[in-house]
Design a protein around this ligand. Sequence first.
Ligand code: ZN
Length: 150
Amino acid sequence: MMLFPLYALFVCFLCFKHRRRWRGIAAWAAGVVSIVTFAVLDSHIRTWMGFSPGSLVSLQLLLWMEAGAVAVVGGFIVLLPRRNAVMPCRKCGYELKGLEDENPRCPECGKEHAAFEPKVRAKPVASLPAATEATPVAPTLEPVPMSPDA
Ligand SMILES: [Zn+2]
């Protein structure tokens, strides 16, 4: 009988791990449907084997209670927000990674200089080489590779 709570915990773990993702919703739906299927099959098999429908009502009651609990608790867990923004907005937490500006205006809430810390720290301009010939830089449309710590 320890299998049923462990199974419910496993479904809730999958819901938490993949919350707000299609995998989480799929895990939640598959968990609930499998328990309901087991309960219905148990009832049919019991009737088919000749037991009276009222025998072992407690197992049926436990299965339906587990299905309801997994549906409610797993559904709540799968809807919990994910907070894994790499560069969150200071005001609303919106993901700012990938925007052009190093400390951009938040496109979600409009906060100016929304990043906690700028993507690229400006190097101090100590001394410029005296006579460097400025080569014209043509704008390119190639994607700029980003460093992993940006
Ligand atoms: Zn914001």
